[in-house]
Design a protein around this ligand. Structure first.
Ligand code: CO
Length: 135
């Protein structure tokens, strides 16, 4: 089951420049910076009530974020929905004809299991589903 929008991912050229801009916009500071080496990204999070904003910076030229910015420029990169059971949702979405970008859940930033859906099957929007890893 889809529960809520967990976060919105925004591709930025550098966290160094984007961080003060978004901090000024929101009137608050970020609460976390975290690198996800497997994805070639550095992430920075703002908490806004129930939702987060995730800034994404590429850490190498082959990073999906580097390619996204090359093609489309900076801007909204993905919308992430919290789900209650990521394996069940992956099965359900696959059966519904959505293209999953990974066949098994991956470890994402912020202590999450994640899976991306290809934007060609989701009306051009890169969709992430995520489930918190119970600690
Ligand atoms: Co995300």
């Amino acid at each position: 089951m889809f529960i809520r929008v967990e976060h919105i991912g925004i591709a930025v050229k550098t966290l160094e420049n984007a961080n003060p801009l978004f901090a000024k916009l929101f009137g608050k500071e970020h609460y976390k910076i975290e690198s996800v080496a497997s994805e070639g990204v550095s992430t920075l999070f703002f908490q806004l009530g129930e939702t987060k904003i995730e800034l994404l910076e590429a850490t190498n030229p082959d990073s999906p974020i580097a390619k996204f910015i090359e093609k489309k420029g900076e801007g909204i990169h993905h919308i992430a929905y919290e789900v209650d059971d990521i394996l069940a949702e992956m099965e359900r979405l696959k059966a519904e004809g959505f293209a999953l970008l990974n066949e098994t859940p991956k470890n994402g930033a912020d202590n999450k299991l994640i899976c991306f859906l290809h934007p060609k099957t989701t009306n051009g929007v890169l969709v992430e589903i995520c489930q918190s890893i119970k600690s």
